[in-house]
Design a protein around this ligand. Sequence first.
Ligand SMILES: Cc1cc2nc3c(=O)[nH]c(=O)nc-3n(C[C@H](O)[C@H](O)[C@H](O)COP(=O)(O)OP(=O)(O)OC[C@H]3O[C@@H](n4cnc5c(N)ncnc54)[C@H](O)[C@@H]3O)c2cc1C
Length: 414
Amino acid sequence: MKIAVIGAGIVGISTAYELARDGHSVTVFERNAAVAEEASFACGGNQSASLSQPMAFPAPPASSRLRGLFSDSGVTVRAGSSAGDLRWLLRWKTPSAAWTEALVCAQQLARYSLERQQSISTQESLVYEQSQGQLLLLRSEQALQVCQQKISVLNLHGAAARTLSPDEARKIEPALGADLPLHSAVHFPNDAVGNCRQFAHALKDQALALGVIFHFSTPVHALTPGSAIQVGTAALGAHDFDQVVVCAGTGAVSGLGNALKHLPLTRLWSYSLSAQIREPLNAPRSAVIDSHHRMSIHRIGNRVRVCGGAELGGAKLPNHAHTVKRLYQALQSHFPGAVDFGRGPQIWRGASVFSPDALPLLGPSAIPGIWLNLAHGHNGWSQACGAARLLADQIKGQPAALDTRNLQPGRFNF
Ligand SMILES: Cc1cc2nc3c(=O)[nH]c(=O)nc-3n(C[C@H](O)[C@H](O)[C@H](O)COP(=O)(O)OP(=O)(O)OC[C@H]3O[C@@H](n4cnc5c(N)ncnc54)[C@H](O)[C@@H]3O)c2cc1C
């Protein structure tokens, strides 16, 4: 089949690769000049089936809805937040009784994705920065108890998480700041860290070798349904395809004409700070996640990257000074002396797209011939390879490796 993929972030590249492997004739349209220039650019490297990175998944439902509403979700509401954004926040703070089922679904998708990614990496000899294992840091008995609720569900489904004392945690990450208040930690040995942007570039080369055509600097402005789906661009005119897969991240709702404008999606902005390592012995070996500050810190090649912050609101807002300051502070307190701040640290603000239930939209849209692979929230890097394979299986009409019922876009009315 002749298939168009809209968007060349990590999700679009993975999708194009899988479709090309299945023998389809694939064309990718990307509005930027290169792959992974938006959410997949300087995102966290956590590939986490434990869903432990900040904002990966809502906290378990509180004992009462009111308690949930008044809990601190870590989300800042900034200027330009819409009524839809606030509705999403309400739902995030008060997850439904289906929380456990959704958590297991997200975990299985991420686990499958890690396996798929490792097998592609081996098969294609892909080279990108990576490390193994994640450590979740906890400050109090209460934090451990909240976390146990999630871990017991995850462990039932093979997470292999182990609760550690502070001394045991420091053996895994010996450079952790000596003054850091630490009650306990949870180690996820099967989670990984990898450089998302590097992987996307490496996979793009494999996709090219399989015959995928890339049109960069080519925004799609309309999708017109019919016996074929017409993909409209200003630069190249309109082209017909048998199927179209929308992997357009934040561009899905606003940029593609009327076809998808009612999708129930919310943008959430977060930050990363990347700084050159000065002394490798003082840097993290892999990744730590501070549940108290909702930040993740990991080594990514010769840099350390801290990610944190979660804000609703407009695209053009200036960086939130308080959040950026907290990223610097977290790096200094958790891994003192690890980086050289004099060598131009990079601050980046990126938007992830969330659905109302924090699971992606993966499958056919309401319009025949238009498929979605979208709304991976803060798990897009963790889920991309698995989601791409599952979607390619659906398009091919062959049984998928996982049950995708909870991921189908049709679970929402739009
Ligand atoms: C600070 C931060 C930290 C994060 N940390 C992690 C982490 O540790 N682990 C994890 O798993 N995830 C993490 N995430 C989330 C992850 O980055 C995203 O889920 C993932 O990158 C989404 O990939 P995507 O391909 O769907 O979107 P994108 O990378 O945004 O790609 C969408 C592409 O579509 C293109 N596009 C849009 N509209 C059009 C159009 N009309 N025509 C042509 N092209 C179009 C865009 O230009 C873009 O390139 C983090 C995100 C942020 C912001």
